[in-house]
Design a protein around this ligand. Structure first.
Ligand SMILES: [Cu+2]
Length: 405
């Protein structure tokens, strides 16, 4: 049986109502185009005011003179999405004309262990079951055609805001799917770079869904591939996709992490924890240690890895301990990359790419170099590199020994 979760029953405030109204208004003003009417979030006390705005937008849609998109010349391809930290099969340099890239995301609300050591867990809200959601890769000029499905067993409505897209709250206004519904959204990738996508159902539900794992990244490559600042082509052997997730997990009076029976049951307590702005965890790929040990990234000396870092909610500062960011695109692929960086910056609500060619074997730690977050809150991943050590780059000339004073 479906028990749709209604936040309005648990918390209603004038502030929430105003927020919901503002967002709905922004969506309504898009006119929504020929594809679909903007859809209001589920009616409840939080966003009832939104309904009037969506309703007011309906006549506008009925009489819309927006022209249908010209899809002639586009071929259709399906992109099979894969769980992080891996990347879907893709071309680094596009062949042929722009394509319509079909993808499917299914929302999944699932109980996930965040930290095995202390039993911290969360009813994660996910796309395709993973935190972060899968990496999508297209080229400039391609169209992304997303089927978004929300199974009937879900407790909540979901949608998706693509920072890479243009209009209708990044598609958020056109993709509200209630449990048991699906929708299709098509948008054109016009800006090259790495971009966040995330759920944004309205009001406080926006940060609630984002901090419960409902975010991921899309990379929009230039059609002729990546280049250094002099215009020379840059190619990679593999992609490592890091989704950094801040969690705000409620604790009981003894300081132990609380457990909940179903998705959404933690709503009021989570919001209370979120108001402090200090995460209880900041982790890569959903859980403490998810990308260490068995889950570590693997590479070989001489291989070039493109590290994509997504943080949908909070600033981060990635650093590869023992290596560098040879080329870092902090803003977009329109700008030339920064060269030879020690630590780079991820603005909260964005994704960045950094490229590095490994020169020494060993275990590298990829961390958020706010080391409190990297070490104490969990934002550490490992890259295990095989190959031959280069003494010219580093050598232990004298091993630690006692000396006479
Ligand atoms: Cu959601």
């Amino acid at each position: 049986m479906t028990r749709a979760f209604n936040p309005g029953l648990s918390k209603t405030s004038r502030r929430n109502v105003l927020r919901g109204t503002m967002l709905a208004g922004a969506a309504a003003m898009t006119g929504a185009g020929a594809m679909s009417a903007p859809r209001m979030p589920r009616l409840n006390g939080v966003n009832a005011a939104s309904a009037r705005l969506y309703k007011a937008a309906d006549p506008q849609n009925a009489t819309s003179d927006a022209k249908p998109a010209n899809l002639s010349g586009y071929t259709r391809v399906k992109q099979q999405l894969v769980p992080p930290p891996f990347a879907p099969v893709h071309e680094q340099v596009a062949t042929g004309d722009p394509k319509i890239v079909e993808i499917t995301l299914e929302t999944e609300e699932r109980l996930m262990v965040v930290d095995e050591d202390n039993g911290a867990s969360i009813w994660a809200l996910t796309y395709n079951g993973s935190v972060p959601g899968p990496l999508i890769i297209v080229h400039v000029g391609d169209m992304v055609e997303l089927t978004l499905r929300n199974p009937a067993s879900s407790m909540m409505e979901h949608n998706i805001d693509f920072h890479a897209s243009t209009g209708a709250l990044g598609g958020g206004g056109l993709t509200h799917v209630y449990p048991g519904e699906e929708c299709v959204l098509r948008w054109k990738a016009t800006k090259p770079g790495c971009f966040t996508y995330h759920c944004a159902p309205g009001g406080d539900m926006i940060p609630y869904h984002v901090t419960h794992g409902m975010n991921g990244a899309i990379m929009v490559l230039p059609r002729d591939g990546l280049k250094d600042r002099n215009g020379n082509p840059l190619r990679y052997d593999s992609i490592a996709y890091f989704g950094e997730q801040d969690y705000y997990l409620p604790k009981d009076e003894n300081g132990d992490y609380r457990t909940f029976e179903a998705a959404g049951d933690d709503y009021a307590d989570s919001l209370e924890a979120m108001r402090g702005l200090i995460p209880t965890h900041s982790v890569f790929n959903g859980a403490v240690g998810a990308l260490t040990g068995e889950g570590a990234i693997r590479a070989k000396v001489g291989e070039t890895v493109l590290m994509i870092h997504n943080q949908a909610n909070r600033d981060s500062r990635p650093h590869l301990i023992g290596g560098h960011g040879n080329y870092v695109w902090e803003s977009s692929f329109t700008d030339p990359p920064l060269h030879d960086m020690e630590t780079w910056f991820v603005r909260g609500g964005s994704a960045v790419a950094a490229m590095y060619t490994f020169e020494q074997p060993g275990v590298y730690a990829y961390v958020n170099h706010n080391l409190i977050e990297g070490v104490m809150l969990g934002a550490t991943a490992h890259v295990v590199v095989e190959g031959q050590w280069d003494n010219a780059l580093m050598e232990q000339v004298v091993a630690p020994r006692s000396f006479e004073t």
